[in-house]
Write a protein that binds this ligand. Structure first.
Ligand SMILES: Cc1ncc(C[n+]2csc(CCOP(=O)(O)OP(=O)(O)O)c2C)c(N)n1
Ligand code: SF4
Length: 480
């Protein structure tokens, strides 16, 4: 007998996310649990024949692109607000089937109020909660569900309860509320548990279809990228580290015992609402153009505002994190603000770093003292924001144009080539780190090397990163 594998009809035949890119692939990293969870939902919706009345409410997080995959109604909610958006959809369209899909940053941090009150109102909706113990999309910061001792980019020495509190157990939290009808925690650590997880998702959607009320399925799910593990190791980590902290199993199942609830459609008429939102015209902005003075430039060297920019995958964010981390180690106030597209690889990325002897008012870097450009688009985009007298470090292995301004200092460093010579192209960011400190004297080479342990996840890579920092510092000395 021939077994024929076929994609469920709950997904689109082709994914039109990026023109010209393979239309069969999704954007998740290998081993990511989001793929499994998506499949459970899509299969259930297709099998129940409810595609035309289902609305998938996606969150902000790695699953922000879910609407490229699910062939059903799709709405994108602001960070944390999916249960509130879903409430609106369900109340105005009681016959719809609403799937709320949220990560742990989305649901248990910024969206805590929304999930608690949707559960408390007993909204007839299905919440699929992906607990991967980390903020995946934004580069691996601590989430409310991060385990005690777990290293993340914002807990580089491990989460400490006395500083960051304990992991939030969402299934138990929702179980403290009276109205929900079905709450279960499942895991994706092996195929037996994957089957159980699929069953739980199906049950939660079926209860909604029967009009029974609020369900939540918490799925312990791998984030190999955020955890710095291989996919197989990540599955093991779910079992060995997460499950003891987040006990699996049914918390509540009232489905078989209760009657369907009738919901009246909401049909208020909002007459005159446009008049109420007649906002005053915005004020004229003051013409506050900053004149550079020598004092300012000196101040900038003490308290620099730094912008690092390039493509995702070039280590742009890690370099910023390294600058901030070293600043913190030597006793300064620091901030690090990453900004990038939703893809973990291949998009554009930049970050702003402040290193300051004073308190930092805002992590935003607008007027830049030091710009580090790893590609041409970054140079072209951020050059104009460099303060007169500021410095631009360019990776001349990749940037084939010169800055156009003549009131800034330009330092060309063939960082990628130098890293290649050291045997690891990926260390270009650390070569650049060395060049920055060699030129600006922001830190000593020893200070940077001593801080590497705080931001390099894979410890075996510390020696090559150390070499790279030293090579970058030497290079600018040779050139001066
Ligand atoms: C109002 C707002 N605050 C912060 C962010 C930045 N942000 C985007 S995704 C995210 C965390 C997502 O983590 P999680 O919900 O755990 O989902 P994952 O990426 O791990 O699937 C954050 C903080 C944002 N987009 N909007
Ligand atoms: S970063 Fe983590 S959650 Fe995001 S796609 Fe990759 S593995 Fe999945």
């Amino acid at each position: 007998m021939k077994v024929k594998f076929q994609k469920t009809k709950g997904f689109y035949d082709v994914y039109e996310r990026k023109p010209g890119v393979n239309k069969d692939i999704i954007h998740y990293c290998p081993g990511c649990g989001h793929g499994n969870a998506h499949k459970f939902i899509a299969e259930t919706i297709a099998d129940l024949g409810i595609q035309d009345r289902t609305v998938f409410v996606s969150p902000v997080g790695c699953s922000v692109f879910a609407y490229y995959y699910f062939d059903m109604g799709n709405v994108q909610a602001a960070h944390g607000r999916a249960p509130a958006v879903a409430t609106g959809i369900k109340r105005t369209h009681p016959d719809s089937v609403v799937i709320v899909y949220q990560g742990d940053g989305d649901l248990a941090a910024i969206g805590t109020a929304e999930i608690v009150h949707a559960a408390n109102r007993g909204e007839n909706m299905t919440v699929i909660f992906i607990n991967n113990a980390i903020y995946g999309m934004t580069g691996g910061q601590m989430a409310p569900t991060t385990l005690v001792g777990q290293r993340t980019t914002t807990t580089p020495y491990g989460r400490k309860p006395e500083n960051e509190g304990f992991p939030v157990r969402v299934a138990e939290l929702i179980d403290a509320i009276q109205a929900p009808i079905y709450i279960e925690r499942v895991s994706l650590h092996d195929s037996k548990h994957v089957t159980k997880a699929r069953r739980a998702v199906r049950k939660a959607i079926t209860y909604q279809l029967e009009g029974k009320g609020f369900s939540l399925v918490e799925i312990l799910s791998a984030c190999p990228t955020g955890w710095g593990l291989l996919p197989v190791e990540a599955r093991k980590w779910i079992h060995e580290a997460m499950e003891p902290n987040f006990p699996l199993g049914l918390k509540r199942d009232e489905g078989p015992n209760i009657e369907a609830r009738e919901l009246q459609p909401c049909n208020h008429v909002f007459e005159g609402v446009h008049g109420l939102i007649d906002l005053p015209a915005p004020e004229e902005r003051g013409a506050a153009t900053m004149q550079a003075t020598m004092e300012h430039v000196e101040e900038a060297w003490r308290n620099p505002a730094i912008k690092v920019a390039g493509f995702g995958g070039q280590g742009v964010l890690l370099l910023g994190l390294g600058l901030a981390n070293t600043g913190m180690q030597v006793g300064h106030h620091v901030s690090w603000l990453p900004s990038y597209g939703p893809e973990m690889r291949g998009g554009t990325a930049n970050c702003g770093v402040h290193i300051s002897t004073d308190l930092i008012g805002s992590p935003v870097v607008a007027d830049t003292d030091i710009l580090v450009a790893f590609n041409r688009p970054s140079l072209e985009k951020f050059e104009a924001a460099v303060r007169p007298g500021g410095v631009v470090f360019c990776d001349t292995s990749l940037v084939d144009v010169k800055p156009t301004r003549d009131d800034i200092v330009v330092v060309g460093v063939p960082a990628t080539k130098l890293a290649d010579e050291l045997g690891n192209t990926k260390a270009a960011n650390m070569v650049m780190f060395g060049a920055i400190i060699g030129r600006t004297k922001l830190f000593t080479v020893d200070e940077v090397c001593a801080s590497l342990d705080g931001f390099i996840k894979k410890k075996k890579l510390i020696p090559v990163n150390e070499q790279a920092v030293k090579r970058g510092a030497e290079y600018v000395l040779e050139m001066s």
